[in-house]
Design a protein around this ligand. Structure first.
Ligand SMILES: C[S@@+](CC[C@H](N)C(=O)[O-])C[C@H]1O[C@@H](n2cnc3c(N)ncnc32)[C@H](O)[C@@H]1O
Length: 424
């Protein structure tokens, strides 16, 4: 690219009259990988090797304390991950002291391989706690041209130590790119900061097939992937997770899964049309209740705790136990607001348990529900509507507007919550 003839107009790409090809063109033609020195912070974090095979700002790093976890990312993310208190797998008790896993790998008709329970698993049992085999920033996965990306991924996979490399290669998918794309879990390692989005590769967890009514919920805490049972599971049952938002009617779910690359054969998708129609009606009702509750709580008026009871009942009927945390929370708040103390406390206990299962011990909503369960009178919602009603009377008398608005705002903020579900 020495002639200036094809140069773009921008002077930024020119250097002393010589037109430099844009970076992606250079990469496309030469697969120009470079090893680098640490640049972002002067100290190299002790657990990390690299940076290797850099393309633009993305390099390969290896963490030799986390069983050789391979990271493809911008260097600053090494420092983000380095702050996490992540237990390496090899710090788990030696195999002789470990219980054998409560599942085995088997061929599942129509689905490839999957996991089957070999003994009874109880609700809230944790089945797997995994550090990633690989972590890939979304940037290189989405932005680098396909040929360079394929070469980069091959180099990165070569750095995974055995036996994890073979396990990676045994995953579903024809190419390395497909194995990453079809099996990984989307995650954010640094909240909403730039460059936070990553794909986590956890081959042991990826053996779980999809079910629209899963018995396993997963969450990712920092970079640790945790699988928890959402109901009791009997020996011989398949362990399943949901790859999509499960609160959708059958046609919508199937369309999303077909975008994902397969036709779902789970029991819920194979139901008769009559059963599916009844299920879809329940799903519609769930959506309508959710909408009504949002409005109710935002306005702070017309609070009807029976809607909370119905929401919880419908989720149980639909076997959507992985969504119970928020539903129990809503039911607890509705009952608390109107002063139904016993019901509020009962739901708050259930909410606390479900929220810890879904979001972990550090869940803020679980802490709020713990307060409502243990010291209800200290919770903001406790009988608040009665107080608000008194306030309304007061407002009518004294034109005191701010007071009632304050209650409405608080209700809205508490209910919306900011904890989100995990997802592929
Ligand atoms: C993450 S992998 C799960 C493990 C996979 N069965 C294997 O053999 O490695 C996802 C793939 O499994 C298959 N699969 C998962 N859930 C399924 C389902 N409910 N119905 C049909 N195929 C399914 C699809 O081929 C999908 O692309």
């Amino acid at each position: 690219a020495e002639s200036t003839q094809d140069c773009p107009q921008t002077p930024l790409l020119q250097n002393n009259g010589i037109c430099l090809a844009p970076l992606d063109l250079i990469q496309k033609e030469t697969h120009l990988f470079t090893d680098r020195k640490w640049q972002w912070k002067s100290d190299r974090p002790a657990a990390w090797d690299g940076p290797y095979d850099c393309i633009d700002k993305y390099c390969v790093f290896v963490n030799h304390q986390l069983d050789g976890m391979v990271l493809i990312s911008a260097e600053q993310n090494v420092h983000v991950i380095d702050r996490f208190q992540t237990a390496p797998r090899n710090n788990t008790p030696p195999p002789t002291q470990q219980e054998p896993p409560p599942f085995y790998v088997a061929d599942i008709p129509g689905k490839g391989i999957g996991l089957i329970a070999n003994r009874t698993i109880r609700t809230n049992d944790i089945l797997m706690r995994l550090t990633p085999t690989m972590l890939i920033q979304l940037g290189p996965h989405l932005d680098i041209d396909a040929a360079t990306r394929a070469a980069l991924y091959e180099r990165a996979v070569e750095r995974i130590p055995e036996p994890r490399r073979s396990m990676f290669r045994r995953q579903h998918g024809r190419t390395t790119y497909e194995k990453i794309d079809r099996n990984s879990f989307r995650m954010f390692i640094n909240g909403e900061e730039n460059f936070s989005g990553h794909l986590g590769v956890y081959p042991e967890a990826s053996r779980m097939n999809h079910d629209c009514r899963p018995n396993i919920h997963y969450r990712i805490e920092n970079i640790t992937h945790i699988s928890v049972a959402v109901r009791d599971i009997h020996p011989g049952e398949e362990l399943t997770v949901s790859y999509i938002d499960g609160l959708q009617p059958r046609a919508e779910r199937q369309s999303r899964l077909s975008d994902w690359g397969f036709a779902c054969t789970c029991a819920h998708c194979r139901m008769s049309d009559a059963e599916a129609a009844a299920s879809d009606t329940r799903m519609e009702r769930i959506q309508n209740i959710e909408g009504a509750l949002e409005k109710m709580m935002a306005s702070g008026s017309g609070i009807d705790p029976r809607l909370g009871d119905e929401l919880v009942r419908l989720l149980h009927e639909e076997r959507l136990e992985s969504y119970l945390g928020q539903a129990y929370t809503r039911a607890a708040l509705l009952h608390s607001l109107v002063g139904n103390g016993d019901e509020a406390v009962r739901y708050a206990r259930l909410a606390r348990e479900a929220l810890i299962r879904e979001f972990g011990e550090r869940s803020k909503d679980a802490k709020a529900m713990n307060l409502l369960a243990e010291e209800p009178e200290k919770h903001w919602s406790w009988g608040a509507l009665k107080v608000a009603e008194k306030g309304m009377e007061k407002k009518a008398d004294e034109e005191d507007e701010n007071w009632v608005e304050g209650v409405g705002t608080q209700v809205k903020v508490e209910l919306t919550g900011n904890e989100s579900k995990g997802g592929n």
